[in-house]
Design a protein around this ligand. Structure first.
Ligand code: HAM
Length: 441
């Protein structure tokens, strides 16, 4: 008996969502829809085509794409073995490597360059806090097959246009050049010598990085190491003529388009596929998670993923962070208006008539909510009227037994004068259209 009771408790225990993974609640849905709408218009304005890849990829896509010695691949991926065939799979932590996998597999740049965009959930096993989640959403663009600095500048202009469109305040652009692999190798050697000479000042994490990825030491947030990092050899001083020319050209195009930017020689990004231009948009308004978007050029990636070598660049933004910044900037849209019409009835035959009318209104493109009593029986007109008010509807259509007996309905103005008129049932649609058109004039 006790055992049975316990079983029941276990079965009826509340099950919560996974930490760091959030529901999108109805109250916030209109804001996301607004953002998605702006993004669709933006991508169309610049000639970008939509590409959706699966949420799950072979783990190798990210190991090879992002790089083995990165925080994402070392400790943040949700990876698991396919129970049936033992394949190693991963929930995508970002979009770029997967897009490149798809572009190669589907031969998408066979006939020439392509501008692509994507959006969707990404997964990283990070410590959740404001602006940092384990499931978050990115919007990203990838321009594949373009080598010149013009496209670097164009994708940055796109970002600036987006922030303006969304009314974001306090967003700064930081930019750097990572040069080419051989230039980085010489810089890396100089960096290792410098940090080895000062090894006593390195924290544990940086000691480890000295052996694996010394460039990432520059990214350390440890205040005690800032002076040391400040004095480290700068990659920009190791760039060759071609890399500098590319970087200068990007900056000149940005300047010509009135896009202010700050060179940040310490900007290295957390993914290993970049070369030449890298950039981030940052803000002080969101606390510790102030990077709303980032990206750059990643010319080596397509070949590294098994395709024919081709240049590429792009960026991605965190949609949660951008929405949060819109909130701080006071530029979130008002909640979406409610439905147009709320239909009230008293059950039985009045329900049948009300449902037919509601369907007729919807067929004419009028958003209509039909009252459905929570107990499956009926409810007083008074309590239905409260629901009608809360629904945001402009008008109520009321069909009680008295109205039905006369083949009529009442149409009540819920927002203006409160006026009520009787209309023949087969004239309800016309009367509603007249009323809605009249109230929008
Ligand atoms: P990323 O800098 O790793 O770059 O991520 C881009 C943006 O996603 C960040 O700037 C941030 O706004 C958001 N983000 C990242 N992690 C989280 C998180 N845990 N919670 C909330 N938001 C987050 C990339 O992913 C590259 N694929 C960008 C790129 C595209 N580079 C070239 N093309």
């Amino acid at each position: 008996m006790t055992e049975d009771k316990n079983k029941k408790t276990e079965k009826t225990l509340k099950i919560n969502g996974v930490r760091g993974m959030n529901d999108l609640l109805p109250a916030d849905a209109a804001q996301w829809a607004h953002l998605e709408h702006v993004l669709r218009d933006l991508t169309r304005a610049y000639g970008y085509e939509f590409l959706r890849t699966p949420i799950v990829e072979a783990t190798a896509v990210f190991q090879r794409g992002i790089g083995e010695v990165t925080d994402i691949v070392e400790k943040e991926m949700y990876s698991f073995e396919d129970r049936l065939n033992g394949e190693q799979l991963t929930l995508r932590p970002e979009g770029t490597a997967a897009i490149v996998r798809s572009v190669i597999e589907n031969n998408l740049i066979y006939e020439g360059p392509k501008r692509l965009w994507y959006t969707g959930p990404m997964f990283r096993h990070e410590r959740p806090q404001r602006g940092r989640y384990r499931q978050f959403h990115q919007f990203g663009i990838e321009a594949l097959g373009f080598a010149g600095p013009d496209i670097d500048a164009e994708i940055i202009l796109m970002g600036q246009r987006l922030w303006d469109e969304l009314g974001l305040k306090g967003v700064r652009l930081e930019i750097n050049s990572l040069g080419q692999a051989d230039e980085r190798a010489v810089h890396r050697a100089a960096l290792v010598t410098y940090f080895e000479k000062n090894a006593a000042q390195l924290d544990e994490d940086s000691q480890r990085r000295l052996l694996t990825n010394p460039l990432r030491i520059l990214d350390s947030k440890n205040l005690a190491m800032q002076a040391l990092i400040e004095g480290a050899p700068k990659l920009l001083d190791f760039l060759g003529e071609a890399s500098l020319k590319h970087f200068d050209a990007v900056q000149a195009l940005l300047k010509a388009n009135n896009i202010p930017c700050k060179i940040n020689p310490r900007l290295v990004r957390g993914l290993d596929y970049y070369n030449l231009t890298v950039f981030e948009w940052v803000t002080d308004e969101l606390g510790a998670q102030g990077t709303i978007a980032g990206g750059g050029r990643y010319d080596p990636l397509i070949e590294r993923m098994g395709g024919k070598a081709a240049p590429a660049c792009g960026w991605a933004m965190g949609m949660e962070r951008v929405l949060e910044l819109m909130k701080v900037s006071g530029s979130l849209p008002e909640a979406a208006p409610g439905c147009d019409i709320f239909v009230l009835h008293q059950g039985g035959e009045t329900l049948t008539a009300a449902m037919i009318i509601a369907e007729r209104l919807r067929s004419a493109g009028i958003d209509t909510i039909l009252f459905c009593p929570p107990d499956g029986q009926s409810a007083s007109f008074k309590s239905q009227m409260k629901k009608a008010d809360a629904s945001g509807a402009a008008y109520a259509v009321i069909i009680g037994p008295d109205e039905l007996a006369k083949d009529e309905a009442q149409i009540k103005d819920l927002r203006g004068t409160g006026e009520q008129q009787s209309v023949a049932l087969d004239k309800v649609l016309d009367a509603v259209i007249d009323a809605l058109v009249g109230s929008s004039e």
